[in-house]
Each structure stands twice: as structure tokens, then as C-alpha cells.
Design a protein around this ligand. Structure first.
Ligand code: NAI
Length: 320
């Protein structure tokens, strides 16, 4: 397993690659043989203004290290233009890393329409626009690797980040279905929740942690997930400081609050069964919609008509 992971012949789009995490991804792809589209709008961390400077600097860095890269300065909201830059310059798109992002933190009651809309537009709609433009090309090639960027602020919530958290977990929902629809074309889609010392986290992360959590520590996970040898798709991974982990869903066994088919269920029955409903002993880890509803369907099949229950002695019904 010591052969170096290379991306020769592959074309990678990294959005928001002018700084922070995206820059680290772009530099790594560039150093491993990929042709890179360095996209960056070049605005402030709140999403104001624009400049070509950030993307140009990263392109220059890749080229001076012997790599191949072009800049694109469009907003991810114009995803088709970013994909067009890849096609015009390199003729294909193999990898899309949806990374561009901004913050407009406000406590929930103070979120303005602009704070809400801009966050959804850049993170969720932007990732959709870039991915939708690249998907048919990947389908044709029968190869594609896509990354969505979520956040623990979406997974767990975080004070002042309702707008951002909603968009970030929306990206997981988007990724889950893109992974399902892409599978038969060898298009993989995974989501990462990174932590890195960047302009977004400056002043939020304590200084010693900030220095430890270099963006370069997140990049190797992104590179592996985007490599043709990696078979994972539909996953959610966390990455920070050289540590990587994977998430999965856990669901309680749950509890049927009715024993027979015609029985009505009352709020009191839910209350009285609360301990069983929320008991994680022997929890399931369903990995798909199908698996989840399969478990439910099996439980429904066990429900009997009232007549049948009545015919049995009380001890045999198991009713509580
Ligand atoms: P950053 O601010 O250093 O980099 C983001 C880049 O995206 C900037 O260069 C910016 O100009 C660009 N950008 C912003 N809006 C754009 C648009 N509409 N179109 C094209 N480019 C645009 O931020 P950082 O920390 O590197 O974040 C990268 C991604 O990781 C973001 O999606 C962020 O939400 C996410 N993230 C970062 C965490 C961290 O600890 N740094 C934690 C969790 C998630």
C-alpha cells in the first residue's frame, strides 16, 4: 500500500480554492498530477465584494511547482461557468470539491432575509449548481468524484449558526442522493465536516489550536475520497489536524404503540412507551431508506387483526 496516489490525466475543480482549506486541496491535487481549476470569487468572509487575486495566487503557486492550473473567478452560483472553464481548458471534469463558503453568523431571532438567503445560495445552491453542471460529463465518462462540505455546526447545531447549519446539513441530504444516483456510473459523492485554521475560524479557535489545525491536514482525506481507488460513496467524514473519522446513523429498535391492525394510537400510548421508543439498547444502524423501511415493514407484518388476538388466550398476545 505504499504506492503514491496520483491524479495524472484527471481534472479537478476546487471551489473557493483561493485560500484556506480549498487552497490546500488545490495544491495537493496539483502536486499529484491533476489539472486544477482554481475557483474563487475573492470576496470577504461575509460574502461581500470580489477579486481575482486569491485564485491567481494559487494558480501561480501550482504552476511554479510544475503543476497545471487555471483560475476561475465566478461565484459558485454560476456553476456552469466554472465547469465550462474546466472543459474549455482541459476537456473534462473528473473531480468536484464543493468547498466555497462564507459566514453570516447571527442568533436565530436576528437572522435577516439576506443573512439567510446568501448562506443558502453560496453553500447549498452553489454546490448544487456546480455539481449539476459536472454530473452529465461524469456520467458520460463513467467516472466522477464529488465532495460536499458540511460542518459540525450542521450536525450538532451551533449558537449563531442556524442559517449556516441548515445549509451545511442540507448538503449532506444532497450528497446522499447524488451518491445513490451516481453509483452505477462510478460517480461517488461524499461529505466532509472539516475543521481548519483559516480566516473563517480565526478569532474563534483558540490560537494554539488554530496553529495545530492546518488546512493541509484536511486535504489528504479529500484526496483519498477523490481517488479512483477509493470505493466509499455516500459517506460523512470528519477531518481535523490529521485525525479522520466516519459517521453513521443510529436508530433505536423503536416500539409499536399498537398490537393489532385496527387499534388506534393515542398520545398517551406514546408517552407511556417513551422509554422503549428512546432506548438505544441493541440499536440499528440502517444504511439506506430501503433498510429503514424494511425494518418497519417487518414490524407491520407482525400486527394481527383484532379478531385473531381475541381468539388467543391473553398470555399469548403479549399485549401490555
Ligand atoms: P475560507 O474563507 O478560508 O475559504 C473559503 C473561500 O471560498 C474563500 O477564498 C472565498 O473567497 C471563497 N468563496 C466564498 N464565496 C464564494 C462564491 N460564492 N463563489 C466562489 N468562491 C467563494 O474558509 P475555509 O475555512 O477554508 O472554508 C472552506 C469550507 O469549509 C467552507 O465551505 C466552510 O463553510 C467549510 N468549513 C470550514 C471549517 C473550518 O474550520 N475552517 C469548519 C466547517 C466547515
Amino acid at each position: 500500500m505504499d504506492s503514491k496516489l496520483r491524479f495524472d490525466g484527471k481534472v479537478a475543480i476546487v471551489t473557493g480554492a483561493g485560500g484556506g482549506l480549498g487552497k490546500a486541496y488545490a495544491l495537493l491535487f496539483g502536486s499529484r498530477g491533476a489539472k486544477v481549476v482554481v475557483n474563487d470569487l475573492g470576496g470577504s468572509k461575509k460574502g461581500e465584494g470580489s477579486s481575482s487575486k486569491l485564485a491567481d495566487q494559487v494558480v501561480e503557486e501550482i504552476r511554479s511547482a510544475g503543476g497545471t492550473a487555471v483560475a476561475n473567478y465566478d461565484s459558485v452560483e454560476d456553476g456552469d461557468k466554472i465547469v465550462k472553464t474546466a472543459l474549455d481548458n482541459f476537456g473534462r471534469v473528473d473531480i468536484v470539491v464543493n468547498n466555497a463558503g462564507i459566514l453570516r453568523d447571527r442568533s436565530f431571532a436576528r437572522i435577516s432575509d439576506t443573512d439567510w438567503d446568501l448562506i443558502q445560495r453560496v453553500h447549498l445552491r452553489g454546490s448544487f449548481m456546480v455539481t449539476r453542471a459536472a454530473f452529465p460529463i461524469m456520467k458520460e465518462q463513467k467516472f466522477g468524484r464529488i465532495i460536499m462540505t458540511a460542518s459540525t455546526s450542521g450536525i450538532y447545531g451551533n449558537f449563531g449558526q442556524a442559517n449556516y447549519g441548515a445549509a451545511k446539513l442540507g448538503l449532506l441530504g444532497l450528497s446522499n442522493t447524488v451518491a445513490i444516483e451516481g453509483r452505477k456510473y462510478n460517480i461517488h459523492c461524499n461529505t466532509i465536516a472539516p475543521v481548519g485554521g483559516t480566516r473563517l475560524t480565526e478569532g474563534i479557535l483558540p490560537p494554539d489550536l488554530f496553529d495545530q489545525l492546518k488546512p493541509e491536514y484536511v486535504a489528504p482525506l479529500v484526496a483519498w475520497l477523490c481517488h479512483e481507488d477509493c470505493e466509499d460513496t455516500g459517506g460523512l467524514f470528519e477531518a481535523a489536524g490529521g485525525w479522520y473519522g466516519k459517521y453513521r446513523w443510529e436508530r433505536t429498535q423503536g416500539h409499536f404503540c399498537r398490537k393489532y391492525i385496527e387499534e388506534e394510537v393515542t398520545p398517551e400510548a406514546v408517552r407511556d412507551s417513551w422509554e422503549k421508543i428512546t432506548d438505544f439498547t441493541d440499536a440499528y444502524h440502517p444504511a439506506s431508506n430501503h433498510e429503514d423501511t424494511g425494518i418497519l415493514a417487518a414490524g407491520l407484518q407482525d400486527l394481527k387483526p383484532w379478531k385473531e388476538i381475541q381468539a388467543k388466550p391473553a398470555s399469548a398476545t403479549g399485549a401490555v
